[in-house]
Design a protein around this ligand. Structure first.
Ligand SMILES: Cc1cc2nc3c(=O)[nH]c(=O)nc-3n(C[C@H](O)[C@H](O)[C@H](O)COP(=O)(O)OP(=O)(O)OC[C@H]3O[C@@H](n4cnc5c(N)ncnc54)[C@H](O)[C@@H]3O)c2cc1C
Length: 444
């Protein structure tokens, strides 16, 4: 049986399960999640299980396209395509992010200055609608309106069962070269100039303070004298927090922040031993996420974070012209306890209905993936609110995978509420899948 027939038989079984169900569509997906909410919301406990839609289906090497089921992880995708010298245009840095989740949740990477967001590489999507229909959307067919509204819809317009995506050529290794800056203006100018260079494939930067800024420019290379071991030998982000050159295998580069969950695996002695000796199957974000979920189940809830700390897990994007203002706000106000902010330039290649970035515009993406220290008197989610406010005031936008505290009128203004209501009326008139505001702000 070919992989494509397997998809078709899974779809047939799904259709039978949909026909037999009573009540509204409620799905579950049986995979690790990369949603991060400061307060937990009830997990998806649906009666329709989409977990089986996790296969990589069909690679067309000549056309450089891949057909893949919506719940396939990026690791499964790269494992299939990389031996053929191809990878997705944008590969999110955590192995267990799925193609469906990254499409509806605005996936990014260090080559976004060239290839935009994850959704910019999407050619076709087969979508399970709230009424149980399965439709195929492309940029120019009868479901083009749904296709354009998928990015930032977070499953509230339907579920991607199958996607067809673009691929790009990839060499065996990536050569990373890091330069230190002590001046914000010079650093931003160098980053912007790099977006115009044909010999640069990836741009990313870790920043610690206004005068401690590291810019890493990377490119594919066929061979490297030696590649760094980032699973057992090194804490990856430390290799970029100093000037110098490093080589990685391409797979390690694509998932470079996975072994240390960015910089969230402690660097204390027990964890040093864990890092050194744990099998690779335990040195990945999927394992850490499952471990955290298990702990939550056993304890009922995770212990609250200390009063003087706030989890700040967010990505903000501002038009390039306002980049230095967002960065100053972050660097001057928030204390990450020695951990970095992460910065990457992204050129938006389209204007999705629900993520209205300017087509062709260059944006600065600022990410924070750790805890921030709070001073006495700073209220609930003080830094999240502070940086959100700054970002929106600068004409920026942020991803919604984490917590958001906007009121509904402002949320509507930023995320095109009018456009959303129109598409929702057409594809989920009874609101069976909930609304974006309910899901991303009210956590219902
Ligand atoms: C700690 C952390 C690190 C992150 N790092 C990165 C990163 O390096 N690069 C990056 O690009 N992004 C990153 N993200 C953001 C991530 O891409 C989004 O949260 C994405 O939506 C996660 O996808 P998932 O596959 O894990 O899906 P889930 O977390 O399970 O689901 C995310 C949302 O998408 C919906 N969804 C899932 N599958 C489908 C589907 N097939 N069809 C329709 N809707 C679906 C779910 O209903 C849910 O609302 C990070 C997020 C966190 C919390």
């Amino acid at each position: 049986m070919s992989a494509a027939e397997t998809f078709s038989s899974r779809r047939t079984r799904l259709a039978a399960a949909l026909a037999a169900r009573t009540g509204p569509l409620r799905v579950k997906k049986r995979a690790t999640t990369n949603l991060f909410r400061y307060a937990t919301r009830p997990g998806p406990r649906g009666d329709i299980d989409l977990g089986g839609f996790n296969h990589v289906l069909d690679l067309d090497r000549a056309a450089r396209t891949l057909e893949v089921e919506g719940l396939a992880t990026y690791e499964a995708i790269v494992d299939l395509t990389l031996p053929h010298g191809l990878v997705p245009l944008i590969t999110p840095e955590l192995k267990h992010i799925t193609i469906g989740g990254a499409t509806v949740g605005i996936g990014i990477e260090s080559n976004g200055f060239r290839h935009g967001f994850v959704h910019d590489g999407l050619l076709e999507a087969e979508i399970l609608l709230a009424d149980g229909r399965m439709v195929v959307g492309t940029a120019d067919n009868e479901y083009a309106d749904l296709f354009r509204a998928l990015p930032n819809s977070y499953g509230t317009l339907g579920y991607i069962l199958r996607a067809k995506i673009r691929l790009m050529p990839a060499a065996a290794c990536v050569h990373l070269s890091t330069r230190a800056f002590t001046d914000l203006g010079a650093y931003l100018a160098a980053m912007q100039a790099a977006t115009e260079r044909a010999d640069v494939d990836f741009i990313e930067s870790l920043i610690f303070a206004r005068d401690r800024l590291f810019l890493t420019l990377s490119r594919f290379v066929e061979q490297a004298p030696a590649t760094a071991d980032i699973v057992h030998g090194n804490v990856f982000y430390r290799l970029l927090a100093r000037e110098g050159d490093v080589d990685l295998t391409t797979k390690d580069y694509l998932f470079r922040y996975d072994p240390d969950w960015f910089w969230n695996i402690p660097e204390t002695t027990p964890y040093r031993l864990f890092r050194r000796f744990a099998p690779a199957s335990m040195r990945n974000s999927g394992f850490y996420k499952r471990y955290t979920q298990l702990k939550r189940r056993i304890l009922g809830a995770l212990p609250p974070h200390p009063q003087n700390e706030e989890p700040l897990i967010q990505d903000w994007e501002v038009p390039w012209e306002r980049a230095d203002e967002l960065m100053r706000c972050a660097l001057d106000n928030a204390d990450l306890g020695g951990k970095p902010w992460i910065v990457t330039p992204i050129r938006a290649l389209s204007t999705p209905t629900l993520y209205p970035v300017r087509r062709g515009g260059l944006y600065l993406n600022l990410g924070c993936y750790c805890h921030v220290k709070k001073r006495p008197g700073e209220g609930d989610y003080y830094y999240t609110r502070l940086l959100d406010r700054k970002c929106f005031d600068l004409g920026g936008i942020k991803m919604l995978y984490s917590s958001t505290f906007l009121d509904e009128p402002e949320f509507d203004r930023i995320y095109n509420g009018a456009g959303y209501r129109a598409i929702k009326r057409k594809y989920d008139p009874d609101g069976a899948l909930g609304t974006l505001y309910q899901k991303c702000v009210l956590r219902q």
